[in-house]
Design a protein around this ligand. Structure first.
Ligand SMILES: [Zn+2]
Length: 400
């Protein structure tokens, strides 16, 4: 509903859009927070929120505010979220050995999820077919509760430039020359955006997880692959060619195992899932990453040792990036971070030992909060940002 510029309707529409954007950012989820962040009066905010709730664009909840780290005293405030009817997006993660597809509201609220394990590296066609089918199942399940997704974001376990996987050999092994955006866009019928998975994990933890409120952080993803995502001065940093954060391919053992990138002795050959389950297999027989996590949960002494050594290697490798970037926070995520504190505490100890005295000794090392969903959630947030003009139209304002 376009409105005439300068009219009272235009101002109100613009304020409705401001409220929707503020809720979408998750930096403010109560009426009082919105008033504080936007400079609008509490009376104005209450009126705008009432219109948006009545219009089915915002939903209210008595759930505790997920963005607060300290429990508030007294009755929990009513929190606000974007309604599924305000629009949805797909967030897709293509890992080396697994896929995950999320359908989310435009503020990252998860509406549906499907995950599968198989050899993504060697099966581009099967992978694209599988995630497209999973996306269609999720959309069908949600039915009339939400309109069809506006866009899709894809988190790829490789450096990405525009629509394709980089690297020679490509870091998703058989994906050289595969146009993921075109292949998935055709199957899904929506625009598709690509980015490196660790970068998108960083985005999700920064916006919704352990990194909220911190504008300089390093996110480390320890899963089938090993990577890092960088938030520098409040912006996601991809580097000049989209290859920033390839921590897994820093040499830590010259002359060590041959890595899929073509080098030898990369960090990933020491602490990647394949390296860890191979090391474990010598005494426990063939096992998977899931078996390793289960053994860690059960307190297996050999697995604790393995994880402690892996944590030490990661912490030492992080000293260089942390010396250069001076982050406030290191967030450790990925499947291996689900194994309790054995790994993360060693990352912390080794990093602090390896940092030069001149650097920030107060850098904190914490567990990620979003678990295996982080990369797919970051992909959904990227897609939601790209769909920004949609909220403006719903609010009746012109996108500028
Ligand atoms: Zn490598």
């Amino acid at each position: 509903m376009p409105v005439r510029p300068g009219s009272p309707g235009s101002l109100r529409a613009r304020n409705r859009w401001t409220v929707l954007q503020t809720v979408q950012s998750r930096r403010a989820v109560t009426r009082a927070d919105i008033a504080r962040r936007t400079g609008l009066s509490t009376t104005t905010v209450s009126g705008l929120v009432a219109e948006l709730v009545a219009g089915g664009l915002l939903v209210e909840s008595q759930e505790p505010d997920p963005t607060r780290t300290v429990a508030a005293v007294g009755r929990p405030a009513v929190t606000l979220a974007l309604a599924p009817s305000a629009g949805s997006v797909l967030g897709i993660h293509l890992g080396h050995g697994s896929t995950r597809v999320l359908l989310t509201a435009l503020d990252g609220t998860v509406l549906g999820e499907r995950a599968a394990e198989f050899d993504v590296d060697h099966q581009p066609s099967r992978t694209l077919e599988a995630v497209a089918t999973a996306a269609q199942v999720l959309v069908t399940q949600l039915g009339a509760d939400a309109p069809d997704p506006l866009r899709a974001g894809v988190a790829v376990s490789a450096p990405v430039l525009a629509t394709q996987v980089l690297g020679s050999p490509p870091m998703l092994l058989d994906w050289g020359g595969v146009d993921i955006a075109a292949g998935l866009g055709e199957r899904l019928g929506v625009p598709v955006h690509l980015r490196n998975d660790a970068s998108l994990g960083a985005l999700a933890e920064w916006r919704l997880g352990a990194g909220q409120g911190v504008d300089d952080l390093v996110y480390v993803m320890l899963s089938e692959g090993v990577g890092a995502g960088l938030v520098v001065a409040g912006r996601l940093h991809d580097g000049a060619t989209g290859a920033a954060g390839e921590l897994g391919h820093v040499t830590v053992q010259p002359g060590g195992q041959v890595c899929r990138c073509g080098n030898r002795g990369c960090l990933e050959t020491v602490v990647g899932a394949r390296a860890l389950v191979t090391a474990l297999g010598h005494s426990r027989g063939p096992c998977t990453l899931g078996d390793l996590v289960a053994l860690a949960d059960a307190g297996d002494a050999g697995v604790r040792r393995l994880l402690a050594d892996a944590g030490a290697a990661v912490g030492t490798a992080l000293a260089g990036p942390c010396t250069l970037l001076d982050p406030r926070l290191v967030v450790v995520g990925g499947t291996l971070a689900e194994t309790g504190d054995a790994l993360v505490s060693e990352v912390r100890t080794a990093l602090h030992r390896a940092l030069p005295p001149v650097s920030n000794r107060d850098v904190r090392v914490v567990h990620a909060r979003l678990g295996r969903r982080a990369e797919a959630l970051g992909a959904a947030l990227m897609a939601a940002t790209a769909a920004g003009s949609h909220l403006a139209r719903l609010a009746g304002a012109r996108a500028v």
